[in-house]
Ligand binder design. Sequence first.
Ligand code: GLN
Length: 324
Amino acid sequence: MSADAEEELQGILSQVHAQCAADTRGEVASYIPELSLASPDDFGLALATVSGRIFTAGETETPFTIQSVSKAFTYCLANELLGPDEVMRHVGVEPSGDAFNSIEFDPTTARPFNPMVNAGAITVAGLLYSELGEGAFDFILERFSRAAGRTLDMDDAVYRSECETGHRNRAIAHLLKGTGVLGGPVDEVVDLYFRQCSIRVTAADLAWMSVTLANLGVQPRTDDTVFDLMAVRDTQSVMYSCGMYNYSGNWGFRVGIPAKSGVGGGLAGVVNRQLGVAAYSPRLDAKGNTVRGVAAFELLAEELGLHAFCCTKLGSSIVERFLR
Ligand code: GLN
């Protein structure tokens, strides 16, 4: 990348950061005490390229828990281990239009609508547990770490609180068990789900994890093949249609980037074959998406022509402009 292109990309990122930092709408998640301790003003934006570079603005090294962003990546791993047909037998790919923790299942199949809402992600955790048993969490953590390009860990306090307060998730798991959709023992599967949500990341980590998907499963800085190629395609598809809970339709229309958000304030986006984009800002909107993260993605998509169906000349030309 030429020095001019680097400067231009950094300039756009910094400017979008400054613009969105002024937005103080939304509330930090407070369903467990640990999340409410997050500094509401923290705000980081990170953009990693398939050529192995990263650009950052603001708090991109501040740790937070990955929460629902993990759902995209565990879905990818389940597809690799069990194959898409077996995964599809347990969880669909249809946007639910309901809140992330809703207790709604497909009326004809009893499957959760998709893997990006809690019911679907718990089902995916059941698949991973059935396949890997007690080793499932270490497997997840190791793959997430390789995608991030560094060793990640779990936030014990968040994990304990999730366990103590996660009655709704436990109820969802029991319902899924009752209809035969959930594999594995309920307590162990829910425990795995709480653990995966409690993995600690930074915005920079999420950018690397996302660009690993964008780069067809290969971490571009370490050259490590972390995810299966076909599973990456399936994951991006579901991120596109379902990744932002009941804002997914609007998101696909306005931003047009496969993405996944979490109540910790993280947001990860995949610009196929080009970029991983990530935001961290803990103030959430009513749907559980980071307010500044959503705003920043809208601006970046516009400025950089990132929408999947962008019809200006700029669209899809990030590779030419910045990455070569
Ligand atoms: N741990 C949270 C839960 O299961 C994750 C939800 C989220 O990030 N939307 O409720």
